[in-house]
Design a protein around this ligand. Structure first.
Ligand code: ZN
Length: 283
């Protein structure tokens, strides 16, 4: 067990030593959330990357994020790789955008990233990517990377191995068709997958890439709240999860970048942060 984490003035929570995202994000005044690996003894989560939501006392005035008790889990070996973040020695972080591309929001995200000279990774959804080949090409032309978020956003925990492969192939084929690039970073929908599927993805030459900071940008929090929580929760090596399908994200992104810069973080792409290639052999 790690030492207690002080969430509010009178509320401490003890997390399992294996907790991946020990820095709590206050989604709402009465909620905190973090990410745990499989078989977490404290929360009995059964999948990797399960976000745990904890109701806090309603009167909680302020949730303070203590200096992070930096987790030792950079990587979990399950016959393949599951990565949550890069090395913590350098003040570098990576941005990742899930669930797109969106004809409405992705171009706005791209514009902000271009203005700031920042590169990010887009974990695209196959069924959305199919409709937006031009947008895929624009993402690639701007120097950003792709990751694979599956085709239909179905949890891998409810799929047979052959169906997981189908989700991955249909999405990777779509990206490859539009850009001649075949992504090898996989972010399973909801961050959930059976441990056995890691070996399957490892055999396919793919890495599972989760996140260490969940922006919770779809929860109804304001852009300022999202940005503040992200900036506060980010530690060196962090992988930040955002969604290029949300107006809140577009509005929060400049604030996130400002805040990260203020804290001395350099934003690099995921491949650089993780020291792993973003692309595999094309088919
Ligand atoms: Zn998603």
């Amino acid at each position: 067990m790690r030492r207690p984490l002080l969430l509010a003035s009178a509320l401490a929570v003890v997390m399992a030593a294996t907790t991946i995202q020990p820095v709590c994000l206050d989604l709402a005044p009465t909620m905190a959330r973090w990410t745990t690996p499989p078989l977490d003894p404290l929360h009995t989560s059964t999948g990797l990357g399960t976000a745990v939501r904890v109701p806090l006392p309603a009167a909680t005035a302020e949730i303070t994020t203590p200096s992070a008790d930096v987790p030792s889990t950079d990587e979990i070996e399950l016959g393949g790789r599951v990565l949550h973040r890069g090395p913590s020695e350098i003040r570098e972080v990576a941005l990742s955008f899930d669930d797109g591309p969106s004809s409405v929001y992705t171009p706005r995200v791209l514009r902000i990233l271009r203005e700031r000279g920042v590169r990010a990774t887009f974990f695209v959804l196959g069924r959305a990517a199919e409709r937006e080949p031009d947008l895929l090409a624009a993402i690639a032309a701007a120097g950003h990377d792709f990751g694979n978020h599956g085709y239909s956003h179905t949890s891998f925990r409810s799929l047979y191995p052959s169906q997981i492969e189908d989700e991955l192939d249909r999405t990777a084929d779509t990206v490859e068709l539009a850009t001649a690039l075949r992504p090898r970073f996989v972010r399973p929908p909801y961050g959930r997958f059976p441990p056995s599927s890691v070996e399957l993805m490892g055999r396919r030459g793919e890495d599972v890439v989760l996140w260490s900071v969940d922006a919770a940008d779809w929860t109804g929090a304001t852009p300022a709240e999202v940005a503040e929580a992200v900036v506060r929760a980010t530690i060196p090596g962090g992988v930040i999860l955002l969604h290029d399908t949300e107006p809140t994200t577009v509005a929060a992104l400049p604030l996130v970048l400002d805040g990260l810069a203020r804290r001395g973080f350099r934003v690099v792409d995921l491949a650089e942060l993780l020291g792993r290639p973003a692309y595999g052999e094309t088919r």
